[in-house]
Write a new protein. Structure first.
Length: 214
């Protein structure tokens, strides 16, 4: 009975992963076409948004997870990072960027990449957590990507004068303001890392106790 339930759950999880991954890629593609038609498209600028990068990471991992028959520890590790990045995307957009032009002007596209996908990645993590326990040290490794992105953004911005988000532009309060925002966001993401690790281990323990795995 438990095995039959697990097989059914696995099929449903695989299906929704494919559906939401395709929806995300479609949303990004539609926004790209809209920018091209408006002759306002710059590929480097568009793909330098943390929102776009985190959504591409999330969609890719949903597809890889849907097609993977083996539970690799490395895949679950990268899934956890995607959960952190998408959660941060949703929170930062809500608190700092709502109403700001971040090249996702099409309403349904904005909803998908800033609101829906963060929820989907968190739900996916809860429905199908890693089979192996994670450590906080492993979770904090997930911060390497946003740290690298901040460095890239500030260096590129100092050269081109183009910053993807207002709070990273020194014209809006100087570098003191930038440092304050970056520290606050990194603290938030560190807390998200700890939460994602805790959720995974808690769900892991409960599923083992019930002997049910998707």
């Amino acid at each position: 009975m438990w095995q039959e339930c697990a097989r059914e759950c696995a099929g449903a999880i695989r299906l929704y992963r494919i559906i939401f991954a395709i929806l995300t890629l479609l949303a990004i593609g539609v926004q790209l076409l809209a920018l091209l038609r408006a002759q306002a498209f710059n590929a480097v600028n568009f793909f330098s948004y943390f929102t776009i990068e985190s959504n591409l990471i999330g969609a890719t991992l949903l597809l890889v997870s849907a097609g993977s028959r083996d539970r690799l520890a490395s895949l679950d590790f990268f899934r956890g990072g995607a959960v952190v990045y998408m959660s941060a995307t949703g929170i930062v957009f809500t608190l700092l960027l709502s109403g700001t032009d971040v090249d996702t002007a099409i309403p349904w596209v904005n909803t998908v990449v800033h609101e829906l996908m963060p929820l989907i990645l968190v739900a996916d993590w809860l429905l199908d957590p890693p089979h192996r326990r994670l450590t906080l040290r492993q979770g904090l490794i997930w911060l390497s990507f946003p740290l690298a992105w901040i460095m890239y953004t500030l260096i590129r911005g100092s050269i081109t004068g183009r910053y993807p988000y207002p709070f990273l532009n020194p014209a809006n309060g100087g570098y003191t303001s930038i440092a304050a925002h970056c520290i606050a966001i990194l603290v938030l993401m560190a807390m998200l890392c700890a939460a994602v690790v805790w959720l995974a281990n808690t769900r892991n323990t409960r599923l083992l106790r019930n002997s049910v795995w998707p």
